[in-house]
Design a binder for this molecule. Structure first.
Ligand SMILES: [Zn+2]
Length: 77
């Protein structure tokens, strides 16, 4: 079974709709079905990406990273 860390590492690919190898995609989905923590993490990441895409002024990578880090920090509280 995949670990949460693995899902976190691939979360951006999932959110971007990037094509993952079939086996990996399946394993990630299976993990998301049983892991509330990762489901919530992915949902927040998706919301963040949507917000950023709607944002009229493109944010710098540094700003984006800071936002993501803030969300990740909140996760581990
Ligand atoms: Zn998990």
């Amino acid at each position: 079974m995949l670990k949460c860390k693995h899902v976190e590492q691939r979360a951006d690919a999932l959110v971007d709709g990037e094509r993952l190898p079939f086996g990996e995609h399946l394993a990630l989905r299976a993990h998301l079905m049983i892991c509330r923590h990762c489901r919530r993490y992915l949902r927040q990441l998706q919301a963040l990406v949507r917000t950023l895409r709607r944002s009229p002024a493109p944010l710098s990578d540094t700003h984006t990273e800071a936002l993501v880090e803030r969300i990740v920090d909140r996760q581990s509280e």
